[in-house]
Design a protein around this ligand. Structure first.
Ligand code: SF4
Length: 343
């Protein structure tokens, strides 16, 4: 019987899932898993069915983050179990609270925890820190390590600070690829604990601070260098300068809907004498954008899309702050990371 699911370094507690489903009286349960855990879908579905008597339907759609709720599946089930991410309220939760609440009350987020020991990498990163007051940030799978990280930093003479973010993030010190509110704290520099490039890069761009990475996957430490990504973004901005026909893309994923940002982008474009068309899609792919045939796109969805997929887009694809630069609404030396912030 699976109670704690382990996949590589990731652990997921399934007991709370069973308890929640039993209490809810659900008969049909949906199950959404991120790509790295999808191959365990059969094990988890069997475990839930055996322990609750419910019928489980697994989402076969991609799941990129907490924002990415399978809305079609949610319509079919009593409870939707969303594994691997922390709770995230839809962007329109307050704007359209009744609809959003009815949906979100039926979503159970089950976080995943990494079992990796982060302290050896933190010890290496400490050697690269220049300031004493250090803001500590991480992603959800390592948030449980932050007490130990701070204790280690204090023992090495630093003053670590773990700040709370806005309503979009659940845990102190947690950052998302679209939200670095927890990184904006009273510190001299930031220490990011975790793997990958985007989150530490985003923290550096969002705050303008020096960011040191303690990467437990590679057991190494490094200082973030934003020059390549800044060059990439200016290249996209320059390519968009003379474009006339813009597609403004809204996303239908519940946690990425940004109608106000999209409507504002359309208004700014039209005021500037450019053609603007609003587009709604779920996954934003090169094939869909090419098929629509606009000269340039502004993506008012996950801020990572324009950046992560830059090399594959044949046309310029901008974020809303970058559009402001193209239209002369923002200074050219004021490149800002697009974020989805709350409150
Ligand atoms: S909007 Fe993008 S960065 Fe934010 S949670 Fe969703 S996938 Fe992650």
């Amino acid at each position: 019987m699976v109670q704690t699911l382990r996949v590589d370094d990731i652990e997921i507690e399934l007991d709370e899932v069973i308890e929640h489903i039993r209490k809810s009286g659900a008969r049909i349960v949906g199950l959404c898993l991120p790509e790295g855990l999808k191959r365990k879908a059969g094990d988890i579905a069997s475990h839930i069915e055996q322990n609750t008597g419910c019928t489980v339907i697994v989402s076969g759609e991609p799941c990129y983050g907490a924002c990415d709720i399978d809305a079609a599946l949610l319509d079919e089930v009593d409870v939707l179990v969303h594994v691997g991410h922390s709770r995230l309220l839809p962007v329109d939760y307050r704007v359209n609270s009744l609809r959003s609440k009815q949906h979100m009350e039926r979503v159970l987020y089950v976080e995943a925890r990494s079992t990796l020991d982060v302290l050896p990498a933190v010890r290496k990163a400490a050697a690269l820190l220049k300031g004493r007051k250090v803001g500590v940030i991480t992603t959800v799978q390592h948030v449980h390590t932050l007490n130990d990280v701070c204790a280690l930093l204090r023992s090495l003479g630093f003053s670590p600070l773990v700040a709370g973010g806005d309503d979009r993030v659940c845990h102190e010190g947690q950052v998302l690829g679209c939200n670095f509110s927890a990184a904006r704290c009273d510190c001299e520099e930031l220490l990011f604990v975790g793997g990958g490039e985007f989150h530490p890069m985003g923290a550096a761009l969002a705050t303008g601070m020096r960011v040191v990475v303690a990467d437990p996957y590679l057991n190494e430490a490094r200082v973030v260098d934003t020059r390549a990504i800044v060059k990439q973004r200016y290249a996209a901005i320059w390519r968009a300068m003379d474009k006339q026909r813009f597609g403004v893309v809204m996303c239908s994923k519940m946690g990425q809907r940004r109608p106000h940002a999209a409507l504002r982008a359309v208004a700014l474009l039209r005021e500037a004498g450019r053609d603007a068309t609003l587009i709604m899609m779920d996954d934003i792919t090169i094939e869909k954008l090419e098929q629509l045939g606009f000269e340039c796109y502004v993506v008012c969805a996950c801020p990572r899309v324009a950046i992560d997929e830059y090399a594959t887009f044949p046309m310029p694809v901008l974020t809303p702050p970058e559009l402001e630069m193209v239209l002369g609404r923002r200074r050219m030396d004021d490149l800002a990371l697009d974020e989805i912030l709350e409150g």
